[in-house]
Design a protein around this ligand. Structure first.
Ligand code: GN1
Ligand code: MG
Length: 363
């Protein structure tokens, strides 16, 4: 870490007080994050990865729209304390919610004291409260017209496109790894109907909404003293998409019995009771807002997004690990295997999961 460089970037934001320390944070697979402390406050400074976010300017634009929308009428969404219940971005000295240097775009947010993030979900109460928090966030986003938001990454949750990228990686075999993944190649084929069904749903008119698109558990800040959720973080991938992706990614993250990179597949399985808590929490906020086509396809959304994530990890492994940050050579393959195992386990519980949704909404 080049402290002087980070300090120079930090000086372009409206931080209160002199910078006293800078610390590199370790979360996330894509961006770099730094904790910047002054005598008065702490901030998180984020360098947006320009290789992944080829249209990073869209993040600045979307952040501005979302932030001004929320701060216009927080009470409408039951937000009583805007310092804690919503992520506070710090403007640059030129009044924007981004600063651009020669390499990348940077954003800064206020760090909340006594906050914590989690990598796994330890009990169903947390699954419920996290899903409710994302449900509430979705109610806020529902009032935005999807056509006004920009796309920081094109085709982000376009499964057909992801499958296309996978076939390209298979053909190019850049890292000479195709011969190691025969079993995973079979699994991609075995579940290809998920792609067809997703295309059909979009054709049938699955509503385009502004969604978060990365609803994993580590994207909620919790109060570490009470374990209550504080707010949703990580606005980078907020863009027009659909709620199946957000619900699906919560299931992928909260209903997995292990972390997404657990190697021991015996430990990886779908937890139906966590699924129930997520569905109850999310739908407690959104039951009356979502269309029937969305509600009746939530379980499919979970299957689709877990499959998509497995394919994305596998593709990156085949490409020689150019996208996700890795900690050891076959990290991406471990992640892909983990996701395929989770998918399989969810499919074994598909009927029971459908019944839970039907019961919650009274269908
Ligand atoms: C990436 O950067 P991070 O950790 O917030 C990825 C998500 C994946 C996630 C898997 C821009 O999120 O789509 O679901 O890893 N973000 C991007 O943990 O690709
Ligand atoms: Mg993210």
């Amino acid at each position: 870490m080049d402290v002087n460089k980070i300090r120079e970037i930090a000086n372009n934001f409206e931080f209160e007080g002199e910078i006293q320390s800078i610390e590199k944070l370790t979360f996330g697979h894509i961006n770099e994050n730094y904790l910047v402390s002054t005598a008065q406050k702490k901030y998180v400074l984020r360098k947006i990865n320009p290789r992944v976010f080829q249209n990073a300017e869209a993040i600045c634009f979307n952040t501005m729209i979302i932030t001004s929308h929320i701060f216009e009428n927080p009470a409408k969404y039951g937000i009583l304390n805007t310092e804690k219940e919503i992520l506070n971005f710090v403007p640059s000295k030129t009044g924007e919610l981004c600063y651009e240097d020669a390499e990348a775009f940077w954003q800064a947010t206020v760090y909340l004291e006594n906050s914590a993030t989690y990598e796994t979900v330890e009990n169903t109460e947390i699954a419920y409260s996290a899903a409710k928090t994302f449900g509430k966030f979705q109610r806020i986003l529902n009032d935005l017209n999807a056509e006004f938001l920009a796309y920081p990454i094109e085709n982000f949750h376009n499964l057909s496109f992801r499958i296309g990228q996978y076939y390209q990686a298979l053909e190019e075999d850049k890292a000479a790894r195709v011969s190691e993944v025969a079993k995973e190649i079979e699994l991609v084929e075995a579940h290809s109907l998920l792609t067809d069904r997703y295309d059909e749903l979009i054709f049938e008119g699955l509503p385009l909404r502004v969604t978060h698109n990365d609803t994993k558990i580590s994207n909620i800040l919790f109060d570490k003293r009470t374990n209550e959720p504080l707010c949703v973080i990580d606005y980078d991938t907020i863009m027009p998409s659909n709620v199946l992706c957000d619900f699906g990614d919560m299931i992928r993250s909260y209903a997995n019995s292990a972390a997404e990179d657990e190697k021991d597949l015996e430990k990886v399985f779908f937890r139906l009771e966590y699924f129930k808590s997520v569905a109850e929490g999310y739908l407690s906020e959104l039951k009356n807002e979502l269309k029937e086509l969305e509600i009746t396809n939530l379980v499919f959304g979970a299957e689709m997004i877990i499959y998509e994530q497995a394919v994305r990890f596998l593709t990156d492994y085949l490409n020689g690990d150019v996208y996700y940050r890795i900690k050891y050579p076959d990290h991406n393959l471990v992640r892909a295997k983990n996701q395929f195992k989770l998918l399989n386990s969810l499919l074994e519980n598909e009927f029971a999961a459908e019944e839970i949704i039907a019961e919650i909404v009274g269908l």
